[in-house]
Design a protein around this ligand. Structure first.
Ligand SMILES: [Zn+2]
Length: 674
């Protein structure tokens, strides 16, 4: 048997993990050895008879756990992007052990004593700003993880963390299993009326793949609203599809969500906070529950008013079909009708101008070159984590290699829904590492030989995720703990949302939006009409999003001991209390499949998207404004913000770019909320 490929640093370019050699049986031994190794490294730090120094404690901690990191990033990606039953089982087993491992470090009294001592003496240590920041961040992390608690409380904390980790893994697997079980099976092609020929072919292919030849299967993806709802003409099929989506994992995950919220509330109280939300935001740019409440309360009434205006428009069109009241399963369908009749925008007619390869090369990469001077060379010689994964080497303006970008754009059964970015190698001058980052998307695979044509939203997602990728690629710091996208959660969506602006900048759009057969540019006026149609949909989109953000908030502002009997009832009551129960607009996620907050890192953090959008809308006005060229703006944005990671306060980085505090007016204007 060959040696476990995780045991040594990769010898590939940029330390790209050696995916061709990695087998599922390598994970467990690598996790186990990785944890043991890191605990030995920590023991060496605490056994040092010398008094703590930056080098023998803080920097030693930065250097520790490399093997564990190597296996964890690869495993996390596989369990999300190309999982197997074996990987799922392993995930359920390893998650609580990793939680216990983190606790073993954070609750190590001897280690904390050394950090506490350095922290107390920090003013006299003559530290450079990044090292001072690292010391403060590490110290805060230990305190927030319970380092100052007594032994009994720490024991309880360990129990809570292990139970939460196991529950999160179970929650995720329940969603994925029930999503498959609830896929809508249709027996006749007539029921698919309204779908494009591609979508019909994909549904037939789904049927074959499930061993149900001759049926058409609509699989469920991600958000409450399924994309097919915009085009299915049969109202009863729409109703069944939405019902299948809204009911995902209701039985299994309702009780699990209640349990997780209760555990988080208990943990928050142990750590000295009123609620989990209070504990979370104390370390975010928002700072307090009140600040988040205020923004949400400011947005809800105008968003609901907008949605009601939109509903009235939809009702006019629907009346012609004999539909008396717009139901949730009608909203997307009649929105599409309004877009076509009132704005002369036909979503299907746009697709031929958005061919994936062109959008990527002549849009996303082109914009990065315009703003930052970087270039991209595909490296087919480097193997990604799945046959679909492509690898590009990214070069700086002066030709220096910056890092690798992996793109994995297509949906498959083994990949979870949504789109996301993460890192395989984190940039760090201390460790001599350059970044390796990836984007996972869920674009449907076309029939063999057909081009990949994107929707308007998919184009936006491509630019968005690439914004995260640039944040990782441009990282230019010494310590991995403060590198790249490891910034506050309510800040991390800011660079990615800023990158979306390139999608419609005229010089970029003209470069990529060309007909995939004729090469003709997007017809004049179509973009303007698309923008007008977009602002028509803002009521729906804002309400759908805010409802999810408020659900997250409601679960996590529960004080300890508050009993919740039924998740669905809790959900309905929370939305009603917030003034957000618009019957025809379900939340973007319902509790039982809200993986961001119960299986991911966004608990009490879903508000972050709109919080970040305040900064984003403000920055888009700054970028290239005031006579500053795009390239010049790009240099400032990169140097003062993207490159800094978390090596200085996030809002200080914002101020260094824009020259003042963020303002909300541009966001309100953009969302039609003024
Ligand atoms: Zn994002």
């Amino acid at each position: 048997m060959t040696e476990n490929p995780f045991f040594r640093p990769s010898t590939l370019a940029y330390e790209l993990p050696p995916f061709a050699e990695i087998r599922p049986e390598h994970y467990l031994p690598a996790f186990e050895r990785g944890m043991t190794e890191q605990l030995a490294e920590i023991a060496a730090i605490t056994a040092d008879p010398q008094p703590p120094t930056i080098e023998n404690t803080l920097v030693a901690l930065e250097r520790s756990g490399r093997l564990l990191h190597r296996v964890r990033v690869v495993f996390e990606n596989q369990s999300a992007a190309c999982t197997t039953p074996e990987v799922d089982r392993l995930d359920a087993g390893i998650s609580p052990r990793l939680a216990a491992h983190r606790d073993a470090i954070h609750l190590d009294a001897a280690l904390f004593a050394r950090i506490e001592e350095l922290h107390a003496r920090r003013a006299g240590l003559d530290l450079d700003p990044e090292t001072l920041r690292l010391l403060e961040r590490r110290h805060t992390a230990f305190v927030r993880a319970g380092a100052r608690l007594g032994a009994d409380e720490q024991a309880r904390l360990r129990g809570i963390n292990a139970e939460l980790a196991a529950a999160a893994s179970e929650f995720r697997q329940n969603v994925s299993a029930d999503e498959k079980a609830r896929a809508l099976v249709l027996d006749s092609v007539e029921e698919l009326a309204g779908l494009s020929p591609d979508a019909v072919a994909a549904a037939a292919e789904n049927g074959r793949a499930l061993g149900r030849d001759g049926t058409y299967v609509l699989s469920l993806k991600n958000f409450s609203n399924q994309t097919e709802l915009a085009s299915l003409t049969d109202r009863s099929v729409r109703e069944r599809l939405l019902a299948a989506s809204l009911g995902r994992a209701a039985a299994a995950n309702g009780p699990l969500a209640i349990r997780m919220a209760a555990l988080r509330a208990e943990r928050a109280r142990l750590l000295g906070h009123d609620t989990h939300a209070a504990q979370v935001v104390a370390d975010e740019t928002a700072g307090t529950v009140g600040a988040v409440d205020a923004l949400l309360a400011r947005l809800v009434p105008p968003a609901v008013a907008n949605a009601r205006r939109e509903a009235a428009e939809l009702a006019k069109v629907a009346a012609a079909d004999g539909v008396e009241e717009i139901a949730a399963h009608d909203w997307a369908y009649y929105s599409e009708q309004v877009r076509q009749t009132s704005y002369q925008v036909d979503a299907a007619a746009l697709r031929p101008y958005f061919e994936l390869e062109r959008v990527l090369r002549d849009g996303v990469f082109f914009a990065a070159n315009l703003a930052y001077g970087v270039t991209f060379t595909e490296r087919p010689d480097l193997v990604g984590y799945h046959p679909d994964t492509r690898v590009w080497e990214v070069f700086d303006a002066d030709g220096t290699g910056l890092g690798l970008f992996l793109g994995d754009f297509h949906a498959r059964a083994s990949k979870r829904g949504g789109a996301w970015m993460d890192e395989l190698v984190t940039q760090s001058h201390l460790l001599g590492q350059r970044p390796v980052v990836y984007n996972n998307l869920n674009i449907a695979r076309p029939a063999a030989g057909e081009p990949v044509l994107l929707s308007w939203d998919e184009v936006r997602t491509l630019f968005h995720e690439f914004g995260h990728a640039l944040h990782g690629l441009f990282s230019d710091v010494r310590y991995p703990y403060v590198a790249g996208t490891d910034v506050p959660r309510d800040f991390v969506e800011f660079p990615s949302q800023v990158n979306e602006m390139w999608m419609v900048r005229p010089e970029v759009l003209a470069n990529y939006a060309k007909h995939h057969v004729t090469g003709e540019p997007l017809p004049a006026g179509l973009v303007g009409r698309m923008a007008a149609a977009e602002s028509f949909g803002q009521g729906f989109r804002t309400v759908e999003y805010l409802a999810a953000a408020l659900l997250d908030w409601a679960w996590h502002t529960l004080p300890e001991g508050r009993e919740v009997a039924d998740a669905q009832e809790f959900e309905a009551a929370a939305l009603a209390a917030a003034g957000l129960s618009v019957a025809a607009i379900p939340p973007r996620y319902r509790t039982t499949y809200f993986g961001h907050i119960f299986a991911g890192g966004y608990s009490a953090g879903y508000y972050a998207y709109i919080w970040s959008e305040v900064l984003d809308a403000d920055t888009v006005e700054w970028f290239g404004g005031n006579g500053r060229g795009v390239r010049e703006s790009g240099e400032v944005f990169r140097r003062e913000l993207l490159a800094r990671g978390n090596s200085r306060d996030a809002l200080d980085s914002f101020r260094a770019v824009v020259g003042r505090d963020p303002e909300t007016a541009p966001l309100l204007a953009r969302r039609g909320l003024v």
